[in-house]
Design a protein around this ligand. Structure first.
Ligand code: SF4
Length: 418
């Protein structure tokens, strides 16, 4: 977002940020006008992602060069000048334009790659489609906003709308999107942002998936602390905050002593939130504490089977941003000790999988009634992916899944949450 002589220019990043959290746009606008707080520095995570994103883009560029595609690189400088250079580059018809820039109306920015296709356009017997590099393994709805924006700006230059746009994903695969399927949504999003910038509506910080990498995270956190916000209550949802505020409960402290039902809120939910708030209120001046919930039949711990000799407790950690993704740690708690299987690259990942399955095999052979407990479905998903990827342990894993043994129905037992 930039203000050039009183005119605001918007980018794909502004659009993606607005659709994730309009409050971030409010803060961006206030900061640009010199009336808001200062943004924080990039978090270490954001800096790491940026670095890995740059490396992923450079890798794709070098692959195109190795394939001897003709490439025009636009050296990043002033947006207006880069946009002019991009127009000239597109007219010349190379296979690829790297870092092509666009500027039209209120919108502009730099795409990653513009790829020549054989569809005729005002440029000649060819035209271009947008391809962006992203670290994720799947295209995200936000990518659509960016791809449609650049494709619309590209349409103005080549006089023909591209049919497709592409995402070079972090696992080396390519996702291709038919733009007609997404254009209406993306243009509606742009209209909404333009209307918001022209006439900003009041917003407030509300935790969302974007907070982790947001440059306003410190500021919003300070607001929630200063307000003793209900959003500080662990595991509270937006819907629950809305119901509580409608009932006049606005702070964690007030919630901690709430002793009457809340409209449209289940009583056990209210009690859980009050207990959580009470513990956090006490924590403000005291030591961390906990309260056990009253046991309920067929709920929580009551869902757990009887312990068996040799039971294992398994967890897995992965880095989705590593090139191709990496499950870098398998951890197992058993017999009062912790066993790790580390992997810092793909060769080690295959070895760690092999060692892990050998460990499981030996353990289950020694303790046939033992279970392998894990927290969520991710462990199963990741192990299936790894066994397929490396061709290791597929037969054993299929055998475990087909046993139908109630004590080891799929080789792993989900630990109930609650
Ligand atoms: S930290 Fe979260 S609530 Fe605050 S502006 Fe960023 S995304 Fe929005």
């Amino acid at each position: 977002m930039r203000d050039l002589d009183g005119r605001i220019f918007l980018s794909a990043t502004d659009l993606m940020r607005f659709m994730g959290c309009p409050h971030a746009t409010s803060l961006d606008l206030a900061h640009m006008r010199g009336t808001g707080p200062e943004p924080g520095d990039n978090t270490e995570d954001a800096a790491l992602l940026q670095k890995q994103g740059d490396a992923h883009e450079a890798e794709h560029l070098s692959q195109l060069k190795e394939a001897e595609r003709s490439i025009v690189e636009i050296e990043r400088g002033k947006l207006g000048e880069n946009a002019e250079a991009t127009r000239a580059a597109l007219a010349a018809g190379p296979d690829v334009v790297f870092q092509g820039a666009f500027l039209s109306g209120s919108w502009g920015g730099w795409s990653d790659f513009l790829e020549r296709v054989d569809t005729p356009s005002a440029l000649g017997a060819f035209s271009y489609e947008v391809a962006d590099t992203k670290l994720k393994r799947r295209a995200h709805p936000k990518h659509v906003l960016q791809l449609v924006l650049y494709s619309d700006l590209l349409t103005e230059i080549q006089g023909a709308a591209p049919e497709f746009a592409h995402v070079e994903l972090g696992d080396g695969t390519r996702a291709t999107l038919r733009l007609a399927d997404y254009s209406a949504y993306a243009r509606m999003a742009r209209d909404r942002l333009e209307a918001f910038v022209a006439d900003p509506q009041p917003t407030r910080p509300m935790p969302c998936a974007d907070c982790g990498l947001c440059r306003w995270a410190e500021h919003c956190d300070s607001v929630w602390r200063a307000e003793d916000s209900l959003f500080n209550v662990a595991s509270i949802s937006r819907g629950q905050v809305k119901k509580l505020e409608a009932a006049g409960v606005h702070t964690l402290e007030v919630l901690s002593t709430l002793n009457h039902p809340i409209r449209s809120m289940a009583e056990n939910t209210r009690q859980r939130l009050v207990t959580q708030a009470r513990l956090q209120q006490a924590r403000k001046t005291g030591e961390p504490d906990y309260e056990l919930r009253a046991p309920q039949p067929s709920k929580g711990f009551d869902l757990l089977p009887e312990p068996q000799p040799g039971d294992l407790f398994y967890d897995i950690e992965g880095d989705p941003h590593y090139e191709g993704g990496l499950e870098y740690l398998h951890g197992i708690w058993f017999d009062g000790q912790f066993q790790t299987f580390w992997a810092h690259d793909h060769d080690a990942e295959a070895q760690a999988l092999s060692d892990l399955l050998a460990f499981f095999r030996a353990r289950i052979a020694a303790y046939p009634t033992a279970r392998i407990y894990h927290y969520a479905p991710y462990e199963i998903t990741a192990l299936k992916r790894l066994t397929t990827k490396y061709g290791i342990g597929e037969a054993w894993s299929r055998f475990k899944q087909s046993r139908g043994d109630p004590q080891c129905s799929d080789g792993l037992s989900s630990r109930p949450q609650g």
